[in-house]
Design a protein around this ligand. Structure first.
Ligand code: FA5
Length: 331
């Protein structure tokens, strides 16, 4: 006669003491193996007949199912235990590995390297670095800069608009939106640079991407002239790109500067446009609440990726923002 209840009690208490999967295999063979009590009771079934045989058969099957259930839950418990030892919690604030040939240590992105140097040069020259919003109002980005809704100059800065804003807000197309924003909140004289990301609906190529960085410059004071603008830009750009870099100014047009110029640098035998600049248009100064009888100013805005292209001899500016570690590791 087999005592199911005591067998189940026995295996349950043994299963709680298991330490690893090897113990589990031994326990399984003790209760379900060829030499187990259950196996010999099953073999004895053959000698019984009729209803007695059917009754005992049912009892043995139910015992087998109970044993299997105990073994399955023991297996789950052991697997959980194994995972816990495998994935030990660790302190993410503890110091990293020391420098060695195997450890990969990150470094600044080439655009960040260029910006770091830009900040150094401009702060030495007494400029303040001003933060600015990436989502700008249509008014600061365009209207305040003499580009009303129908102005053809908007075409060159075709862009995305913020949904449900009735075309009032946009990811800024240039950092120039900061000019009037800053003038309204500060009294001249001031010298600032405004670095930041800008966005355009652009046909991409080796020198154009849909999102890039600009550095805006704005200087307002008494007697600020075009000669100051030229001198400052020549000095700053040469410091960033090296004295030997050939640079030229070319007449241009921006609705918010008068006169306007474009600044190019020679790269691989060709002229590459770095940025636009000019004397701040009196209408723009007025919109910023500045007395044009007393003050004048110049502004410029250049592309940071273009500086990186020349400085690091990169053949396609789009590579800078592709997640390719082999490319970025070169800098
Ligand atoms: C402007 O964005 C004017 N706001 C610059 C300015 C500021 C003029 C202040 C006058 C006074 P432009 O669209 O040309 O101008 O862009 C300036 C520079 O940004 C370009 O010369 C170039 O260096 C860079 N740039 C323009 N478009 C792209 C692009 N798609 N990808 C990468 N760099 C670009």
């Amino acid at each position: 006669m087999i005592k199911s209840a005591s067998i189940i009690g026995e295996i349950k208490s043994s299963s709680l003491k298991l330490k690893n999967k090897k113990d589990l295999v031994l326990l399984r063979s003790k209760y379900l193996g060829k030499k187990s009590l259950l196996a010999s009771a099953m073999a004895d079934l053959a000698q019984l007949k009729g209803a007695q045989r059917a009754k005992l058969g049912r009892e043995l099957n139910s015992l087998k199912e109970s044993i299997e259930a105990v073994l399955a839950s023991a297996q789950t418990r052991l697997e959980d235990l194994e995972n816990q030892t495998q994935y030990q919690p660790f302190d993410i604030s503890s110091p990293g590995k020391s420098l060695s040939s195997e450890s990969r240590v990150g470094h600044l992105h080439p655009v960040s390297l260029v910006l770091k140097e830009t900040y150094q040069i401009f702060t030495e020259l007494g400029f303040a670095i001003v933060d600015s919003p990436e989502i700008e109002s249509d008014w600061f980005n365009f209207e305040a800069l003499n580009m009303p809704a129908t102005h053809p100059a908007r075409e060159m800065q075709d862009t995305f608009y913020i949904k449900n804003s009735n075309q009032k807000f946009l990811p800024r197309t240039h950092t120039s939106g900061m000019q009037v924003r800053f003038m309204l909140e500060n009294k001249p004289p001031f010298k600032i640079i405004v670095p930041g990301k800008v966005f355009r609906s652009e046909n991409e190529d080796a020198t154009h991407s849909w999102s890039f960085n600009q550095v805006e410059g704005l200087v307002v004071g008494k007697g600020v002239s075009m000669a100051n603008l030229k001198g400052a830009l020549l000095q700053i750009v040469k410091r960033q790109l090296g004295k030997e870099t050939e640079i030229r100014f070319r007449p241009s047009y921006f609705p918010y500067t008068e006169p306007s110029v474009e600044l190019d640098a020679k790269y691989n035998g060709k002229w590459l446009e770095l940025g636009g600049a000019g004397m701040v248009h009196p209408d723009v100064l007025k919109k910023g609440g500045i007395d044009t009888e007393q003050y004048s100013g110049f502004a410029f805005g250049w592309g940071v990726e273009r500086i990186a292209v020349i400085k690091y001899n990169i053949d396609d500016l789009r590579q800078l923002w592709r997640p390719k570690i082999e490319f970025l590791e070169q800098f």
